[in-house]
Write a protein that binds this ligand. Structure first.
Ligand code: UDP
Ligand code: MG
Length: 337
């Protein structure tokens, strides 16, 4: 995608889902940070089908700073990553910065990302050195990062950190993928020529609540693994193969005992336990297969991944009209009787 002459240099893309509590703080911190850079920019706040006052607040921001704010309203809730994709699609900058709306990724870190981008890195990826989240979330993240590193061979420090700067060529490649459930931070690594990981600050969420329930987080992790590798299915095949060999040995041993000692009822419950275990393994396997088949189904249906209801264009700031000179106070003569 080529830039038009009027394109700003930097696009900031921020997904927002029911973030009415955080948006004013975000605006107050982000806009001065960006203004200080003295570079042209636009801010795409992507309203991911919020049901609270997010829509009104974003439209108010647009009225305040139409020269830089571009609210994008999606038709309904499509999820964080698809909302970011919608922002990428509408954006025009040569470098696209992404962060969360709740200021857990401090907007003041943006200049640092841009410094590395200017040095020639087409993907600058933040990692949270001192993460301010629940210990359980941190543990799950650690495991997920370890599994991605070990099984997928995609090397980045913290794929859960959304504070990133992408060159336009990377976001164009990401947009060209037709997957419905995707993981942008990891996908970007497949397309970047010169990526770099840099430490960034991380704050606790001060306003509003996390949009991720434990169930959503599990789905998120499944999406990551089924999007980027066949390892779960291969592990399962491998496990099935080993269990088949062991079962064959057990059958041979039981046949031997049947011939030598005759019919025996001992160990019935052990056999039950083994059978239940194997049944549960089979069900898990069907589940893993289902995840992949589900992904194929989503892609084959070919429905739009997100629908943009409205995307505002920037327009020049109106010069503040000179205050009207006060009309001289009319002094009405008191009627004299
Ligand atoms: N978000 C979104 N759509 C969703 C869920 C989340 O646009 O369906 C946005 C949310 O508004 C925030 C970012 O994604 O800007 C990260 O969400 P959150 O802070 O709840 O995630 P956490 O920090 O707990 O991982
Ligand atoms: Mg957050």
């Amino acid at each position: 995608m080529s830039k038009s002459n009027t394109s700003p240099e930097i696009s900031v893309v921020i997904p927002c889902y029911n973030e009415e509590a955080c948006l004013q703080t975000l605006f107050n911190r982000l806009i001065p940070t960006m203004d200080r850079l003295k570079r042209s920019y636009e801010v795409l706040l992507v309203n991911d089908g919020s049901q609270d006052k997010t829509t009104e607040i974003l439209d108010r921001f647009y009225k305040e700073r139409p020269d830089v704010m571009r609210p994008v309203h999606l038709m309904r809730n499509f999820g964080q990553h698809l909302a970011i994709l919608a922002g990428f699609e509408v954006s025009r900058g040569q470098v696209i910065v992404n962060l969360d709306a709740d200021c857990q990724n401090p907007p003041e870190e943006i200049p640092k990302l841009l410094k590395y981008y200017d040095q020639g890195h087409d993907l600058v990826s933040g990692y949270r050195e001192d993460r301010n989240d629940h210990p359980l979330r941190k543990l799950v993240s650690k495991l997920s990062n370890w599994a991605r590193e070990t099984f997928m061979g995609i090397h980045t420090k913290d794929h859960g950190c959304m504070l990133m700067a992408y060159d336009r060529h990377v976001t164009d490649q990401i947009l060209s993928c037709r997957e419905t459930s995707t993981f942008i931070t990891v996908l970007a690594y497949l397309f970047a020529a010169n990526p770099i990981d840099i430490p960034v600050a991380h704050e606790a969420r001060e306003e509003g609540t996390s949009k991720y329930t434990p169930l959503k987080l599990i789905q998120y992790s499944l999406d990551l693994f089924t999007s980027f590798s066949l390892v779960p299915i291969k592990l399962f095949t491998f496990f099935g193969f080993i269990v088949s060999i062991l079962s064959a040995c057990l059958v041979a041993y039981m046949a031997f005992r049947r011939i030598v000692y005759g019919p025996e009822a001992e160990g019935l419950f052990t056999l039950f336990a083994i059978a239940f275990f194997l049944i549960s393994v089979v069900i898990t396997g069907i589940g893993i297969l289902g995840e992949y088949v589900g992904r194929i189904y989503e892609v084959v249906r070919g429905r739009p991944r997100y629908i943009i209801r409205e995307a505002k264009e920037t327009r020049p700031l109106k010069a503040t009209p000179a205050k009207k000179a006060k009309a001289p106070r009319k002094i009405t003569k008191k009627a004299t009787s």
